[in-house]
Design a protein around this ligand. Sequence first.
Ligand code: SAH
Length: 353
Amino acid sequence: MSEENRNLGDIFRRLIDNTGPISLAQFMGESNARYYADRDPFGLAGDFITAPEISQMFGELVGLWLADMWINAGRRQPVLYVELGPGRGTLAKDALRSARQYGLEPEVHLVETSVALRDIQEEAIPQAIWHDDLSTIPKGGPILLVANEFFDALPLRQLVRTDKGWRERMVGLERDKFVFVAGGQPMDTAVPAEWRDAPHGTLLETCPAASAILYEIAGRLADQGGAALIVDYGSEELNAGSTLQAVRAHRKVDPFAAPGKADLTAHVDFATLARIALAREIRHLGTVTQGKWLRALGIETRAQALTRRAPHYAEEIGRALDRLVSDDQMGALFKVMGLAAPNWPDGAGFEED
Ligand code: SAH
């Protein structure tokens, strides 16, 4: 059997047997690469549902925001729409349709590693150009970048305070079951100074891949101009504790149960991402809850307009609105972070109360 078709759990078991515990980042990175490679995980029949799949209103308001930024920055051409992890391409399609109404018709560049999802995206946005990562995105013209539920799927590291100091939390084996074990290497230098003396057992998460990608985005915004919207679940400050979760068929499952068959995610650390943006001297417009941002962009008015046009769908539109903005749904846990090049405008939805 080829390596791709082998059960990923067995591959990990053999690796750990031969070389010892592996990092959680390796476990999560390879699990998610396998998970997304050959499936469409979205929607009712899939494993989870994302904001753009709940309602077209989400993508339309993203498109409106981007168009507003671009117009206020002087309508520069050429201009690039760049999306990280576009899923089914629904967000891009809705955003580009609404942006076009304001005269914004950017080149479309999609960063996607999954072959199966690229095929689906191509049906939604045939004119797009695909990339494995940001490095091949053209260097001319401002970038309007969007990432929804992309950062949460990037490989995470967990650090735990033991009686010997900070150690990485590794994945080991107890007979043939995966278990967490503390690594042998001291990790104290990877921990922010204010957390170094935290009580034994304290757990902190870091996502080096997220930091690296944000660094690259910020560099592009600084060099080329433009703005970015990063939407994900997470908090505005670093908290202790594990947020790692696995979701399959709309249920939380044990992250170790079936590697490559469930979506592994963790909260996004927006505070760290904002710090990186500022360190590269681009603007952090703000990080606000999804509910607040969508309301500020006029989602309620948009819902009323849709309902007037399709009264039969009134209930469905109302339910979608509630899911996107209510505090007990996605409204409070999900955050929207706005970034912009130094001489770009403030952007709607990030004003102080
Ligand atoms: N933005 C979409 C999909 C979110 S799921 C939506 O909101 O519906 C995560 C997406 O990121 C998928 O498209 C997945 O294939 C992609 N992805 C995950 N890790 C990636 C990586 N390292 N590089 C590029 N794309 C990645």
